[in-house]
Design a protein around this ligand. Structure first.
Ligand code: AMP
Length: 114
């Protein structure tokens, strides 16, 4: 698998504004925020994209999803809500081949997305 920018952030070779870390996930602020709160959550177990989940351990996938929820909680977003986005592949505008959830919050978000 390609060694991506997010691999380097996980290894702390590239600095990032880290807001949360546990045994399963690392979360850091997006460098080009699209909302007052815009945080990316990556699993410490690397998958390039959603297609990998078909053969992934349900335990590891579940831990990742729980981590995304924990990050949103730590950011204080539980009460007002937030949006979670996973861009997938070319049509989904995924630019980094390392699964990452976007957590967007801090304002009322528009729907539908573009
Ligand atoms: P995606 O388009 O879903 O692959 O999302 C990649 C995201 O990574 C974009 O929202 C970028 O703004 C963000 N990004 C790129 N470089 C960095 C960086 N060095 N630190 C934090 N976020 C980054």
């Amino acid at each position: 698998m390609e060694d991506t920018l997010f691999d380097k952030i996980l290894r702390k070779e590239i600095s990032a504004d880290i807001v949360y870390e546990d045994d399963w996930v690392l979360a850091f602020r997006d460098i080009h925020p699209q909302a007052p709160i815009h945080v990316l959550v990556i699993p410490k177990k690397k998958w390039a994209g959603f297609q990998a989940f078909q053969s992934a351990s349900p335990e590891e996938v579940g831990r990742y999803i729980q981590g995304v929820s924990a990050v949103a909680h730590a950011l204080g977003l539980d009460e007002n809500g937030y949006r979670i986005v996973w861009n997938q592949g070319r049509d989904g505008q995924q630019t980094v081949a390392y699964v990452h959830a976007h957590i967007l919050g801090g304002r009322s978000l528009h729907w539908p997305p573009g």
